[in-house]
Design a protein around this ligand. Structure first.
Ligand code: URA
Length: 233
């Protein structure tokens, strides 16, 4: 395995950053300073960064989880709140691919394969993310047009979005919103800009991977076809 891939899979940093680390002379393989072309045998070579030994997980896991509202997407929450990792009963140390807000629910991917996570969450990974949004009251056609064209906040235009009206019932409007980016609070900011308060925000799809029948708090392994779709294969 190429050294940059090893470092990325071990969760040190993304491959491009790993190249910089290697060039800086911080990485050793069996005690010798490594170069960009170094290849490692992950079963027997000892890789270290600044003297600290780095190892790969014994087995990789790839999960999809239905995150409930009221869970943070951090490994340890500084405010002591529950985190999505409290929901997963596995010995591996996992991280999430991207994040959802504390009050957002729905599909989130978890893995311990840093290389996979860095690849599929890179900004150039323009995969569609679909959300179901519920707001109080009705929405006007003109407001939908503003959301679709990209709302302007403090003189800056947020990216365009695909927005579809789904239903209006009991004074609640349900919409589907598809974005390509993962900007901080992107969907909430869109609705704030048109003066609408979000009652429910739920991610139901990332590219070709849907939430499916997962109940709140449930998770399962990604299927090989789902992983291939995420990797754009
Ligand atoms: N957009 C948001 O505003 N919040 C999320 O959690 C995800 C997308």
């Amino acid at each position: 395995m190429r050294l940059n891939k090893f470092l990325s899979a071990a969760g040190v940093c993304a491959r491009r950053k790993a190249d910089e680390l290697i060039k800086s002379g911080s990485v050793t393989v069996n005690g010798k300073i490594a170069g960009l072309a170094t290849v490692v045998n992950e079963n027997k070579d000892e890789v270290a960064v600044d003297g600290k030994t780095i190892s790969l997980p014994l087995s990789f896991v790839y999960l999809k989880l239905n995150k409930p509202k009221g869970y943070a997407c951090t490994n340890s929450d500084e405010r002591g709140r529950k985190t999505i990792f409290d929901l997963v009963d596995l010995p591996q140390r996992l991280f999430s691919i991207g994040r959802l807000d504390y009050d957002t629910e729905g599909l989130i991917l978890l893995t311990n394969d840093g290389d996979f996570a860095y690849r599929v969450s890179h900004p150039s990974w323009e995969v569609e993310k679909e959300y179901i949004v519920k707001i109080k009251g009705e929405i006007k056609e003109s407001e939908l047009a503003v959301l679709r064209n990209g709302v302007v906040i403090d003189g800056e235009r947020l990216p365009k979005a695909k927005v579809k009206f789904l239903e209006y019932k009991n004074d609640v409007t349900r919409l589907s919103v598809v974005i390509h980016e993962g900007l901080n609070h992107q969907v909430r900011k869109m609705f704030e800009a048109i003066g609408k308060d979000i009652k429910l925000l739920k991610r139901v799809r990332i590219g070709g991977v849907s939430l499916g029948g997962l109940k709140r708090g449930e998770y399962r392994q990604l299927k090989p076809q789902e992983m291939a779709l995420l990797e754009g294969k």
